[in-house]
Design a protein. Sequence first.
Length: 260
Amino acid sequence: MTIELPDLSFTTDELRRYSRNILLPPVGAVGQARLREGSVLLIGAGGLGSPVALYLAAAGVGRIGIVDDDRVDLSNLQRQILFDGSTLGERKAVAARSRLSALNDGIAVDIHDCRVDARNLDELVVGYDLVCDGSDNFATRQAVSDACVRHGRTLVSGAVSQFEGQLSTFRPQHGGPCYRCLYPDAAEGDAPTCGQAGILGAVTGVIGTMAATEVLKEILGIGRSLQGRVLCWDALETRFREFALERDPHCPGCGDGRQA
């Protein structure tokens, strides 16, 4: 069997920029080349999406898609670190591209200035290797998960509320559960949004940074995946908890009898 290696040619600037990545034995030049060839779709450029986008861009992920139809508001700046006062009123996707391109001009940033729904998710998801969801409602998360199941895409999904956060990786194409296995009966309004319940801004930074790490691990194929595990963090108690999640054969999203 022939194993195709990615293009290992780097410019002098790339070698300097990514030297700390390349020094890591599990990454090396091959891993950095995989990051350069990788593509990730980010659902939302808010509190979670901001640190994810920044760290993926800094790490050299070759193509990042930003999906967001909102505008930058003053209330966002408490946690959405992609933006600052100079971007108030701008389309978030456009402002995000400017910030990421300034951080790393060697990557491509696609903007999708739209609200995701069942009608456009298939077209969006199929264009990327992996999806990271930082949306703030069950309906969107379920729709994103369903599209990832249909197209065999790995989904890294994070959520936050007040002083708590949650993170998992869903790879049903590899026999793992999907998001609907975790919340089979969740409906719109079952959990308040950050705008309703409040959120400590740094909590989004912690979960977002961890989500970025899981995305990078998936692209690189290193470490232990969060597939089949849900990680929960309580900031007030400074405590992590983890519980196992198995695939539900009757799940409407990925179960044996689902409609393709």
